[in-house]
Design a binder for this molecule. Sequence first.
Ligand SMILES: Cc1cc2nc3c(=O)[nH]c(=O)nc-3n(C[C@H](O)[C@H](O)[C@H](O)COP(=O)(O)OP(=O)(O)OC[C@H]3O[C@@H](n4cnc5c(N)ncnc54)[C@H](O)[C@@H]3O)c2cc1C
Length: 411
Amino acid sequence: MDIAPVLIAGGGPVGIITALALAERGVPVRVFEAEQKVNDAPRASTLHPATLEMLSGLGLLDEVVARGVVARTFQFWDRPTRSLVAEFDHAVLKDDTACPFVVQCEQHKLANMGIARLAAMAHAEVNFSAPVVGLANLDDRVEITVERNGVRETMSGSYLVGADGGRSLVRKSLDIAFDGYTFPERFLVLTTLFDFATEHGVAYRAYFSDPDEWANLFKVAGDDGKGRWRAVFPTLPGQTDDAVLNETATEARLQRFFPKPGRYDIVHRNIYRVHQRVAARFRHGRVFLAGDSAHVNNPIGGLGLNCGIHDAIHLAGALAGVLRGERAESELDRYDAIRRPVNVEYVQQQTIANKKRLEEKDAASRQANFDNLRRTAADPAAHRAFLMRTSLLESIRKIARDPANWKPVLG
Ligand SMILES: Cc1cc2nc3c(=O)[nH]c(=O)nc-3n(C[C@H](O)[C@H](O)[C@H](O)COP(=O)(O)OP(=O)(O)OC[C@H]3O[C@@H](n4cnc5c(N)ncnc54)[C@H](O)[C@@H]3O)c2cc1C
């Protein structure tokens, strides 16, 4: 089959999974990544059951489990009293999915696993230090301009996937609006070797509600596989990086969270701006947006990257079907028609609600939230329904129920 390559701007997890899902179906792919290597700063790590099913379809599940940490349960805590409010257990989804658990696997590991697989395929290439600096969205092809070592080169392909992150040049070049808002506070991530599970009974994924300063805690494996914890906190609007990140301030913040004798062993600190935004459209002619270039959200619930991987699998399935002559071109319109509302309903709405629940200041509303979580956890049907939604299984099952739609698992 003589297929013109699909061009992909961005070698983050979404660009790489898109490339792998296309290449697995025999479609030639060319990925262009601006940086010299995959960004390995602490970012997303939570991979939900719906996403694990897709990664299983790509043959990546065993490696993801081996390099990550399996987190079957997650918890809600009341931070001021340091008391557990409710615990949810993905095992209740055992009849709903082959993956009734979450894996905390850092996103750079996932991207690098995909790159290793692509390296063995003659019809796939991943180019680093190769930013896309321009594009032409033509009737019969796309053209992109890539800058390498100060030299500009133009190349063409059948379609272009903009997986180039929240500041997407692809999205901006097409003048696609990115409406929504940016939170005034930034989020601080402190990575420590202190073991909150052994010392305090915290699950590997835990959310702490507090009217003054909410927090999240996650265990990840780390590159050495030895395990470390990420604690996430909001900062005050207007605080400088140094005021938040200096050693005294970070130590004091962790000591306020869980006081302990001796200092916390902090191995990484980062701070970042958080937004809730969705692109006005995910398709423009032969160009598609996927992942953060199409939607960004706060990380509470760990949904953004998962939704990006779902975009990748859907888009790759549709593009491969059309390029291999198995599906009508109109299939491609369904990408925008399906993925955009799914992001709004399952990711934007849930993450906004998750943040509100954690930062609620009104005492009666806090109590009502806690009562609701306890009731939900105690009732098997409600427990399952809650996890179907938070794990994004409900979103992909809803899509798959329509026989005309894309099926999430590759095969
Ligand atoms: C600092 C930070 C911390 C985060 N922490 C969390 C978290 O704790 N939990 C969570 O759920 N989510 C978190 N997120 C969000 C999560 O990381 C994203 O949802 C995820 O990275 C999306 O993957 P992506 O591949 O779409 O985009 P990205 O991972 O951003 O990848 C885009 C890639 O495109 C490249 N690129 C950009 N422009 C060009 C160009 N013109 N040409 C070629 N390449 C280009 C970039 O270098 C990058 O490698 C965080 C995000 C940030 C920025």
